[in-house]
Design a protein around this ligand. Sequence first.
Ligand code: SF4
Ligand code: SF4
Length: 482
Amino acid sequence: MNNPKQFDPSQHIQITDITENPRGLLSRIESFFVRQKDRLIWVHAMMFVVFVALIFLPLFLSEPSEQASPLDHFTEFANYAMWGLWFPLVLLSVVFTGRSWCGLLCPMGAASEWANKKGPQFAIPGWLKWQGTPIVSFILVTTLGQTVGVRDHPEAIALVFGGTLGMAILIGFFFGRNKRAWCRHACPIGLLLGVFSRVGAIQFTPKRPKPGCEGYTEKGICPTMIDISRKQESRHCIECFRCVNPKAKGGLALRARRPGLEIENIHDHNPNSAEVWFLFLGIGSALGGFLWLVLDLYQQWRLDVAGWFIDHELWWIGDAGPWWLMSVHPERREVFTWLDFIMIVGFMSLCAIALAAILWCMTALCAKLSEALSQSDHYPPLTLKQRMIELGYQYAPVALVSLVLGLGAELFEPLRLIGLDSIGISWAKGTFFVMSLLWSVFLGNKILARQGVAAYQRWLPLVPGVAGSSVIATLWWLALFN
Ligand code: SF4
Ligand code: SF4
């Protein structure tokens, strides 16, 4: 007789279903982009001009007055366009359309690929292929952004975004053969969008999938080196439509899916420890970039550290450093010293390490409980490390929404037009937060189901996962609403 508590994971598994999507609309989208493929270069050229104007033009304009708004001064407009529109909207767009920004609009990726056609096309070196390269790139850019004041000063926007554009062109020029080595291996924004594209409602799926793991090849047509017939995951796909031909029997096809489905079934979509480390470290680093501005504790530590340097007669700590390393704008009453630089870098690093340690512990506990409670016979059996990596993805929604709220606070300002005051806007952000937290719990529950934990026991391993998501949400709440 069957044990009523016996758990059968096969009844709970919901593999990504590519057969039931409404094909009419998707076929029309495919056909449209395939037809327009050759005209995409003009879109990229236009985006390049707009991007260059937004990051460099303010350097040549007069200083905006304190009352200036995006409607009456280009510098204010450029700042709003970058932080109020571009960044949050691109982040949000991955939920609906995956990395469409990368393939269809991004001027940096297009410039990198264009440069590649002109360059010596050296083989992509090992250091660039290293999985940690984009993580280091993200942490460096986020930290530099804070020390130079990228959200407040046009010079800093020019330095950070101009520098990133320059690196994209340089790496593209030297490495890869008709590929986007920068986009696949080094772009800090691409890594971010890649992780979150896994929750996206769009995927490109092989029409004739070959067995085996997700592959990497520099020989095919894919600019981000995906072996397209073995494609399993969304994160490297920039949605360029080059492998799509609605009339062909092979190649990839555009499919719709429920947002989050790839993470629910992350077991089938090449879960990756580097990506989870990025989620853990990157979110803490970005969070630290906000917390140092609002925490009294930071100010206290700053005074203590300053006191130590003064006691040891190390006076250089009070000097301003170079403009390309820290904010030096006496005309705007903001001059950072070496003390500020050391404190901001140290504090952001500490936040990254501390949050990563907390999330690691929570996820390890979650995985241990999953292992103990699992009733399924996976073949080959899931190791504790595999369970941990899979469960690390449950934090993606709460991390995504935190970043949207943190880096794109201005996105909510238009809500004033429909009569919401500051409290109403805070409520709107808070609701957004709670929804992301619930989504993270939902994903944790689904991942545990795939790992063979029966529904009536899942609450136990979910507790550390909920605790981890709550830590992220609480810290961002402190940073944003303090
Ligand atoms: S990976 Fe980076 S540079 Fe490449 S297309 Fe995406 S955002 Fe642009
Ligand atoms: S898999 Fe296809 S759509 Fe995705 S990046 Fe590669 S060629 Fe472009």
